[in-house]
Write a protein that binds this ligand. Sequence first.
Ligand code: HEC
Ligand code: HEC
Length: 397
Amino acid sequence: MEKVNWRRRLGRYLRSCVNAEWEVWDRPVRFFHWVVTGMIVACLLTGWLDPAWQLDRHLIFGGILTGLWLFRLIWGLVGSEYARFSHFFYAPHQVLQDGAALWQGRLKVASLGLNPLNAWVSFVLLLVVGALLLTGVVAYGGEEHLGPLASVVSFQLGERAQRWHGWLAYAVLPLVGLHLLIVWRESKLTRQPLLRSMITGCKPLDSDHVEEQYRDSHAGWAILVGGLVIFAVDHWSKELAQLPMDGWRPLAYPQIYQEKCGSCHWTIHPSLLPEERWQNLLNQLDHHFGHTIFLSGKEAIAISSFVLIHAAEDWDTEVAHRFRKATGNASHYIIEHPLWQKLHDRVDQRLFTAPPVGSRVHCPVCHHDALSGRFAAHAIHLPKIEEKKGVLFTPPQ
Ligand code: HEC
Ligand code: HEC
């Protein structure tokens, strides 16, 4: 019986290129290229346009991008010839020559793989995306006290990472623009539809260009290394997430605080105000926003020691940092703080005046983790406003 060469059959099936063409971009490279393009667009759009309460979407796209990015690193080592990073490293003079040839319109023959200038641009783009993913996780850990780095990153480092994250996102635009410009120019000069080749994988085979040392891909290695990387990342991020956090801890509200301070509004998390402001507020309980609150000596001591021990100075969370500096109206501490107002100016202001929220002070109606003091972006859930005639509110689920 004739032996069936499955490898060749499969190869023929996978390669749709006609005879005079060469499959330059293997399937994983093409898949990566287009899915990454989609994910970068999705990350940029959600990052720039979405309000904080939709951070989840940004995180999902970022997570997919992280997986693809790690895959590309591995494929850059064990993929087929033109997928490999060894093709990305052209000497600077080659890059300059190539750039000059493109600029002056002297380029006549397209490179089989990426041309030197575009290889350089793509590599920088890959690095920038890597830096975006890293700064994203650091910012998430520091600012939200969530994610794998929550226990090791301080709020300040998280904030700094957030700033870098924003700048790096802008750096993506000129790089993508340059990448497209080079592809367009090279396609025009060499009369080769390069965009098509990133879909079919094929480029015309030019006798000058036959690759003498074509290296096949090693999918087995990629799967093995990829599996190990996934296992390691998953394992370490779970381990890290278990570590106690420096600036955040679970807090139990004493009974007396719940009884005396949790009847008109929620049991306000002590981290929302610095010590000095708590002291002021407790000294003026006979004029507490139009109410008089009576406390026995014992109750006053219990409450003041609870809030002072856990005041803003003792936390490394976003709320503790943001409202720590005493500015704004001295009688309203949190909600008239300019930063509080800035954070909430995109929120439909009617929410604050009608049920179920009714007051700016009722943080937990919208911030479902307010009692923990975390105020993470993804725990924001706005109660629905139904607009028919007038404004109707449905209570939060
Ligand atoms: C009789 C009702 C009532 C009780 C009891 C009460 N509060 Fe208040 N509290 C209010 C009102 C009303 C406001 C203002 C809400 C607004 O402006 O929408 C307020 C606001 C606050 C604020 C926010 C200040 C700001 O604007 O930044 C804090 C902090 C606070 N209360 C702490 C306490 C503490 C501590 C206790 C217990 C000793 C307590 N409250 C008990 C009615 C009460
Ligand atoms: C009516 C609902 C509502 C109430 C009440 C409310 N917030 Fe918010 N808060 C939001 C929304 C929505 C955002 C996100 C705004 C945006 O991204 O444009 C937000 C954002 C924030 C942020 C930034 C979160 C982040 O990760 O970016 C902090 C901190 C915050 N609020 C604190 C408070 C505190 C403290 C209170 C109570 C004194 C409070 N909020 C009351 C809806 C509310």
